[in-house]
Design a protein around this ligand. Structure first.
Ligand code: ASP
Length: 312
């Protein structure tokens, strides 16, 4: 396949259209990922990424993002940053560094300021209202779930020169503690990409995704010969089964992956997990991964399904 791209949740759709246009014209995958994710970050109608996303327990927005270049395995990541308009752009620039490429909070904001990235108040009225309602609810800080299951936007791409890259961006779990960091900016857990094998990324309850380092687990399975869909399914299945004889029930987790030839895979422990794909052979489309006892079926949603889907 000449090019290919995959992204988490239905919200990835508009972003992937932008990325697909870049890849179709022989553009670079790194530009495609950055532009696609920036578009999602800028759109306040997506609840859990960038502008107007999910506040922490103190009513502040603390954002996480990461970027990885599959050619030389370089990566950049930022966590717990406030008021950076496009965290993915900062993570991308950091991926060009050999050291100091994963920065947190004030250090990351300082780097962004020095490099003239745009800052803006990322809280909007919708996010403030959402927080005002939730703070009055009797929520359990030790049992936070992904917000209606929909949090991180993750995108993986392959371009016509066989370069691969992955990017992720999120506000993390709604009502998280200040300073809490999930899997998303953590290499191997929230994302991983090797152009010689493929890439993977995860969304869901970060604490539980990190326990299985799900993204590197999928890439390693592909390296050992599993096809991309089998690698996604086995990673989720093995990880969930690990908790069987414990007293712990893991939260929701969903993964996407793309192999070096542009084939895609997805898996989840939710009932359904929508994602978006585009490639030379496939117009940008939403697909749904349906889980029945950790066996996955992928289907194309009909209009009725799309009408009833109202979460991103
Ligand atoms: N993985 C993110 C986190 O734990 C949230 C999500 O993707 O649902 O911060």
């Amino acid at each position: 396949m000449k090019y290919s791209m995959i992204g988490t949740w239905k919200m990835a759709f508009d972003g992937i259209i932008i990325g697909e246009n870049i890849l179709k014209n022989d553009g670079n995958v790194k530009t495609a990922i950055e532009e696609s994710i920036s578009h999602i970050e800028d759109n306040p109608s997506f609840n859990s990424v960038g502008f107007g996303s999910l506040p922490n327990i103190e009513g502040e927005l603390e954002l996480d993002a990461a970027f990885m270049d599959g050619n030389d395995l370089s990566f950049g990541a930022i966590c717990s940053v406030k008021n950076i308009k496009n965290p993915i752009k900062v993570a991308h620039l950091l991926s060009e560094r050999k050291r100091n490429c994963y920065l947190s909070s004030h250090g990351a904001e300082k780097f962004a300021r020095l490099n003239k990235f745009e800052f803006k108040n990322m809280l909007n009225d919708i996010a403030i209202d959402r927080w005002n309602k939730e703070i009055k609810n009797n929520f359990d800080p030790d049992n936070l779930e992904a917000y209606d299951g929909h949090d991180t936007v993750c995108m993986i791409g392959l371009d016509s020169n066989k370069n691969m890259a992955v990017g992720v961006s999120t506000s993390g779990l709604f009502m998280k503690q200040s300073g809490r960091v999930g899997d998303s900016p953590v290499i191997g857990s929230g994302f991983y990409c090797d152009s010689l094998i493929g890439g993977a990324a995860a969304t869901g309850v970060g604490e539980d995704i990190m326990k299985g380092c799900l993204s590197i687990s999928i890439v390693n399975r592909m390296k050992m010969g599993e096809d991309v869909q089998t690698a996604c399914e086995n990673s989720i299945k093995d990880h969930i089964e690990r908790f069987k004889n414990t007293n712990y029930t893991p939260g929701t987790m969903s993964v996407i992956a793309l192999d070096k030839n542009g084939n895609f895979g997805a898996a989840t422990n939710r009932e359904e997990f929508p994602f978006v794909v585009a490639s030379e052979n496939l117009k940008t489309k939403i697909l749904v991964c349906k889980n029945s006892n950790l066996k996955m079926e992928i289907f194309e949603p009909d209009e009725e399904w799309l009408k009833n889907y109202d979460y991103d």
